[in-house]
Design a protein around this ligand. Sequence first.
Ligand code: PRP
Length: 179
Amino acid sequence: MVDNALQVLFDADRIQHRVFELAKNISRDYAGGSLHLVGVLRGAYPFTRDLSKSLLIPHTVDFISVASYGDGTESSGSIQLRRKLVHPVKGRDVLIVDDIIDTGTTLDWLVEHVQSLEPRSVRTCCFLDKPARRQVPLSANYLGFPIDDLFVVGYGLDYQEKYRELPYISWVSPRTVVT
Ligand code: PRP
């Protein structure tokens, strides 16, 4: 990928400001509850870490890993569980944390999966949403930003495993990608 093809969409300061706002709302809504964050590896690792650091209430964190994409820019449409949850969620207030909703296939599967484990409640928090790409009718309970149908990298989002480490989010046209 040609790095100068990356166009910054959300810089690090804007990301951190929005994470703090989300954490404030979540802290208010779950005060007195039993909040358990479930981060979706690998893309949601930085968002889950930052959200956890910013929450003002006690909570626990676990991670789950599923596969929904191949190496390219299109969803495969099928979900495979790669890493199951370590900690029990029965009776907990689970908040599934993901980096992006695209078709909605992953989040739909995750909500159903977590619900089958008998938590007290299940809600979702996603940093980005591409509503134009939706195939499953759902939306996140907490959302960072809606975006247009752009291919985005950074802040956990990758292109062929690259760019996850960027502290900002950029968009790039697949037509500009060279490997
Ligand atoms: C990405 C992203 C979401 C999912 C969204 O994960 O992190 O979990 O795709 O797509 P959908 O709404 O079309 O299902 P990916 O499978 O690329 O794995 P990764 O987090 O390891 O990059």
